[in-house]
Design a protein around this ligand. Sequence first.
Ligand code: ZN
Length: 370
Amino acid sequence: MADHYEVLGVARDASPEEIKKAYRRLARQLHPDVNPGEDASERFKLVTHAYDVLSDPEQRQRYDMGGDSAAGFGGAGFGGFSDIFETFFGGGGGGGRAGRPRSRRERGQDALVRVDLTLGDVVFGVHRDIEVDTAVLCETCQGSCCQPGTQPVTCDICHGSGQIQRTVRSLLGNVVTSQPCTTCQGYGTTIPYPCSTCQGQGRVRSRRTVSIDIPAGVESGLRLQLPGSGEVGPAGGPNGDLYLEVTVEPHDVFSRDGDDLLATLEVSMVDAILGTSTSIDSLDGPVDLDIRSGIQAGEVLTVRGRGITPLRGTQRGDLRVGVQVVTPSHLDPKSRALIADLAKRTKPGPPRLAEFHPGLFAKLRDKFKR
Ligand code: ZN
């Protein structure tokens, strides 16, 4: 028997990918469907057998060590030409069921559209009109694929079954295989006058606008599914689904922690000592905040109900503002004297070591950096 590597025309150290490639090429040339000659059929068997052995790591090892794998020929995983053919060439796309033609109508593919949202959109939800470029039903033929007034006709070759029976002689005897009819591609009918608008596809590409209410609370990476809003299937088959993938642009000030919004409030040392009230610009508009006298760096001021409405729920989260006390770094001589005077009066103790306590503020700041 010829050497399997020679049969496939590959080196002895060929990778599985190279072996597969070589087999594909030869199988295309020699497959009985393409090349009905007796000679080609014999070579096809040899090529298939060689591939069968060399594509299985165990069998290949045994073969390399000198023992042919005659025992493996026709054994596990080898189910005749038709199986191999379908493995490599995609077969009849579901047309393999005994004697039944396949339908031209198939479900359309899902479509994916990306949408960029601001954090404000996420807090309140937002309405968007989204441009979608997909296949839609052909208006001319309404998905029949035929020029109006004409119809598909039964295929002359397979007489409507969509299948061609073929008897193949193999080492195991005569094997009857059934393959999709190449004249009608397994549909059982042909279309003598294809619709000129859609070239017989039953659908055309089109840009359309889809209006959608994006709910509050969505996060980056989330996919919203709009059933039936994807492309129409071949021959007017059912629509696929449309998916919207959400990306939330980072906000300059606010970041998100679950349903809460986080921000930092810079408070001057003087305001921290004396206390003050201020108005901050939340995503809901101005909110009044009281800075109590003696407030500490790292304290968190919570504004209830000014966070995000969860995707499944109605109770809005909170706005949490971490206080950062800003110490003046440059003082004029007079201010410096005043502070020194203050130090004399209040007699603060020296710096004192205490337990490490990152506190909420540190967490807030880390989140903000991200
Ligand atoms: Zn059409």
